[in-house]
Design a protein around this ligand. Sequence first.
Ligand code: DP6
Length: 392
Amino acid sequence: MFVETCIAPVNIALIKYWGKRDEDLILPINDSLSVTLSTDEMCAKTTIAASASFKCHLMWLNGEEVPFEENPRTMRCLKEIQRLAVAKGQLKFPIDWKLHIASRNNFPTAAGLASSAAGYACLVYTLAGLYGVENEELTAIARQGSGSACRSLHGGFVRWHSGKLKDGSDSIALPVEPAEHWPELHILILVVNDARKKTSSTKGMQRAVETSDLIAHRARFCVPERIAALVEAIRKRDFQKLAEITMRDSNQFHAIALDTYPPCVYMNDVSHAIAEFVHAYNNAAGEAKLAYTFDAGPNACLYLLKSDVSAAIAAIQTSFPNDMGHSVEYVKGIPVGCETKEKNGFNGNATLPIHDKNLLKYIIHTRIGKGPQRLDKDESLLDLTQGSPIET
Ligand code: DP6
């Protein structure tokens, strides 16, 4: 049996990918730019085993068996990796051996956090390790699992170039700056209580391309200008610029979702209250201390600098009170330090709106991080004698 286990990070876009020019190859209509989050707090972990004794490909996601051979996206990733392996000509085992795949997220999938990006990036990276092609260009393969997954194959700030070619070979993700360039960049994910069923990103963006008048304008005029300005802001570690561009792009993406017919509504009242809170907070501070961005769901992702984390969390606790308040179950991830509000010169919580209790489920505190990593054998999610998932 040949086995490989890897982890891959979540990424959150500052400039959103929204809209495809090719549905099968997953080619986007615009470039996008994201921050890779640290795997210490959130990651996907995947073990893949290949054996002569396996009868068919099987996959388990968080312990539940899920279709693999019936899923065109997972099969496309496998075929592409196998094609690279055959072209390289150094096969460790026959190409027709079947695989058992176990994958887990160390964060709740149901919370609507970017789990498919980490999941497909991890699948492709682990397959690449198993077939011995880990040093090849893999982002164009991960892209065919889920578009945003291609950005999770690099750490730091990552740009997915939409590319021009019909076959998609130039639609790849490249690093802009590594995580070490700006390690002070931290992230707070505000997980919002919400029960509504959302239109998936795949369907939402397809409908937007078909019906929105605004989307073509955004792709042609707004995104190129924003990406150039954002790359410059990142190089200079200019948080003020990064914050404004990020918030404007999130707002524009949701405007396009609403311009879709019938409209896609991803943010809810709590999401809007968070956006309002961020503007009130920044206003009181006299500069941008926080930048929000929302994906295809109600949860907020806030970017901020490490030195502002304690003050920001205190303000969030004031504005969005919660019975769980200070428990480690409520504020998860990196422990919040003891920088005081006075230290960073902000003490404007009195001006903030106070909302009803318990609008947020929990908060995850994390930071910018590295790309995927290979793990040791003893980290396997599969029982190596049987090839079945280990119960956790
Ligand atoms: C709002 O990558 O999930 O998170 O390519 O159809 O699988 P598919 O879509 P997906 O879309 C992500 C959309 C987004 C913005 C982003 O991450 O850039």
